[in-house]
Design a protein around this ligand. Structure first.
Ligand code: GLA
Length: 734
């Protein structure tokens, strides 16, 4: 039995232990599951002494407590608070019974400690061998309803993954109108909340707010996780920085509507809840049916944000992202979008491929415009049939010719969408989401397919499988270019329409599951107008996600900075594009564009015939460099050395090998100054007792590089950049 989960029978206390943290909860005498503590390791002390059972006016007591005014759920910290129980804070769970009565009252029944983590059916989740899992069964006896709370402990990553299974054990039909995945209650706290809002082209900015008595609500009800708010947040101490202070991460493995809410309560405790957004959600559970909530990944660091990010990076690299591509260097690709947009044929693509192959680029990706009748974004979506007339050849011929150049070949698809001007729409109008008889809400001239329908998914599976089998396709970019509005399904009765948002997401996962299982060797890249669905649910199926449609290197520094708080750099799709940049009009040096793209998956998004000879030579060198540094870029610990939202003068970040023998320090001068002060970059993750060289020269102690820093040569122009390659040459003997 693992030591990561223990149960004290006498005091009915559960303790979950990770490498640096303790999580404790207690079943109190009435069966209410109280939260006691989450934070830095506390070895042997039962933490029930922390609870002050006190009386607060205007906060009720559970029915079986009698007149004891000292037990009020309104102020006690809980594991899975319910609506209507006398707890007036944000709750996790609520259900409507047969008489229309709403709420829930959950009490402990039993628990089980498993040696392995069970698979979450129909939902992406963390995986791993021998991951101990605690399952606590709670029951609402008035409704014949069991709620199973799952806690899986990833000790090494300081992580606890939580999800909930709701089972209707009776005969009556129930309606679950709130089913969040986790609550984090703290008896005290003076916290900040760090979160990641944005928009198309400015994804995952970093904001920080003090958690006070007003509710802070981070959410999306766009049907996807969205550009506008990422399903990840950090609760931290006021003084937490990159290198010090406590930080608690909450990350939701889900790609649809979500809610994260934080608030200080009336006696200054702190509550954070997270899960599927209750807005528009009402799930019917007939007798015997169950509902599974997505997994929340909690992680803890007592050494600031860097350590918290490393926890998530390592966890997601090892226990979330799958496929043969997970640990491999991804092919350096050239994407046709910014090179040609819709204006291409097979010959033009082959010309791009030929020139790219001469530079050392390894894969051609044919973006939007190759199927149905699609020469702009008004038609064709839904018709997954190759437009041979436009290409001037079959897909097989095109892929073979690309392969003949020594390159791999990949394609773009957008399965979840449909244009009204398509054969699919003309044949199956009912395949779309639509709010009853109301007119459609259009976005980018397209409507959304009802992914909750099995026949829609079957059509997509079959038509896409045919395409993928018809040629040698080794990469697929899966796009999704609008938010959901008319969220109503023709396939479900009126009383089940509150399920459509969630069923849509489950439908997408189902199709992804089928396609990635049928085509296990294909490298999949997610996309949603850039980074509109950059979430862990997608990373379970896609090894990488296009980080943003904004390819301007200056803008990308911020986007990748924000994304890196939760997501590993080797999952961030990043390309070098042509200048002036197509999104911002800015011109930046090729070298800077490469340093920024190198932080992600690396590729190009340009027409090589527009490059000068000098730029072509530079690209060859960049490709050699990316190959050389791949182990560090892919497996190194990533450190944010500057905050680009605060430091407008320069940006720096670093990859350091876990063995501390190599590091790459990346530097970009954002704004040159007259008579500038010298910049010193303090490295992270080196060995204080070792000697290093920088770019093959000198001898610097690890302690010097980390405490005094690397001196950056004075630079005179905006956007000049440097890579410092730091290598250990010897250990210092004690
Ligand atoms: C979205 C993607 C782009 C490109 C276009 C094609 O905007 O984010 O990269 O694929 O669609 O229509």
């Amino acid at each position: 039995m693992s030591l990561a989960i223990s149960f004290d029978e006498e005091q009915r206390i559960f303790t979950l232990s990770t490498k640096h943290a303790t999580y404790q909860m207690q079943v109190e005498e009435h069966g209410i599951l109280l939260h006691l503590y989450y934070g830095k390791t506390i070895a042997n002390t039962p933490l029930s002494y922390l609870l002050e059972k006190t009386s607060v006016s205007f906060s009720g007591q559970p029915y079986d407590v009698g007149d004891d005014q000292n037990i009020s759920l309104d102020i006690l910290p809980q594991e899975y608070p319910t609506f209507g129980s006398g707890d007036f804070r944000e709750s996790c769970f609520s259900v409507i019974g047969t008489k229309g009565e709403t709420g829930a009252d959950l009490r402990y029944v039993s628990h089980e400690i498993l040696n392995t983590k069970p698979k979450l059916s129909s939902m992406p989740a963390l995986y791993g061998e021998n991951v101990p899992t605690l399952v606590i069964t709670m029951r609402d006896t008035f409704l014949s309803l069991d709620v199973l709370l799952y806690y899986s402990v990833f000790e090494e990553n300081d992580t606890i993954a939580r999800s909930v299974v709701i089972k209707n054990t009776g005969a009556d039909t129930l309606h679950v109108n709130r089913a969040l995945s986790a609550c984090l209650d703290f008896v005290d706290g003076s916290f900040d909340l760090v979160y990641f809002p944005g928009s198309w082209g400015t994804e995952r900015k970093v904001e920080r707010l003090s958690v006070n008595h007003a509710k802070i609500r981070l959410d999306s009800f766009r049907g996807t996780s969205s550009h506008q708010m990422n399903p990840f947040a950090i609760l931290c101490e006021k003084n937490t920085t990159e290198e010090q202070g406590m930080a608690y991460g909450v990350s939701l493995i889900y790609s649809g509507n979500f809610l994260i809410e934080a608030q200080a309560d009336q006696i200054d405790g702190t509550r954070l809840v997270m899960g599927i957004h209750p807005e528009g959600f009402c799930y019917e559970l007939s007798g015997g049916e169950e509902l599974i909530t997505p997994e929340v990944v909690l992680s803890f660091s007592d050494k600031g944000f860097s350590k918290l990010s490393h926890n998530y990076h390592n966890l997601y690299k090892e226990h979330l992202v799958r496929s043969a591509w997970r640990d491999k260097r991804r092919p350096i690709l050239i994407n046709s979008w910014e090179a040609a947009y819709f204006d291409f044929n097979g010959e033009k693509l082959l010309k791009i491929a030929k020139e790219a192959s001469e530079l050392g680029i390894e894969m051609l990706v044919m973006d939007d415009g190759w199927f149905g009748t699609r020469d702009d974004d008004t038609s064709g979506l839904g018709d997954w049939v190759v437009n041979e007339k436009k290409l001037g050849m079959s897909l097989h011929e095109l892929s073979s010719k690309v392969n003949d150049l020594g390159m791999k070949f990949g394609i773009w698809i957008e399965p979840e969408m449909i244009n009204e001007d398509s054969d699919l729409f003309r044949a199956h109008k009912d395949f779309c989401l639509r709010a009853g008889d109301r007119p459609y809400v259009r976005a980018r001239n397209q409507l959304v397919l009802d992914m909750s329908r099995a026949d829609v998914r079957d059509y997509l599976y079959q038509s896409l499988s045919l395409v993928l089998k018809s040629a040698h396709i080794e990469y697929v970019k899966w796009d999704m270019n609008r938010s959901l509005c008319d969220v109503w399904s023709n396939d479900l009765p009126p009383n089940r329409q509150g399920e459509v948002y969630h069923r849509y997401v489950l439908g997408v996962y189902n199709l992804l599951d089928r396609l990635t299982t049928t085509f296990p060797d294909i490298l999949f890249e997610g996309c949603s107008g850039g980074g509109g669905r950059f979430d862990p649910g997608m990373l379970y199926y896609f090894q990488q996600i296009w980080c943003s449609d904004n390819t301007d290197a200056l803008a990308r520094i911020k986007i990748q900075y924000g994304t890196s708080f939760c997501y590993p750099p080797n999952t961030m799709g990043a390309h070098v594009s042509i200048c002036p940049n197509h999104q911002t009009g800015r011109t930046t040096p090729m070298a800077m564009r490469a340093i920024v793209a190198m932080t992600g998956t690396f590729g190009y998004e340009l027409d090589p015939s527009l490059l000068t000879d000098e730029e072509k030579e530079e690209i060859k060198k960049q490709i050699a460099m990316v190959k050389q540094y791949h182990p560090l870029l892919s497996n190194g610990d990533y450190y944010r050395l500057t905050n680009p939202f605060a430091n407008e003068r320069y940006a720096a970040w670093e990859f350091a090998s876990p063995q501390k023998d190599k590091a790459l320090l990346c530097f970009v001068l954002l704004r040159a100054e007259a008579n500038p002060s010298v910049i010193y970059l303090k490295c992270r993750g080196l060995d204080e007792n070792a000697v290093y060289q920088i770019n093959g020269e000198g001898a610097f102690g690890g302690d010097a590089l980390m405490n005094a820093g690397v001196r950056v040569p004075i630079l005179r122009n905006d956007y000049q950049s440097f890579i410092f390659s730091i290598e250990k040459i010897e250990d210092i003997q004690a």
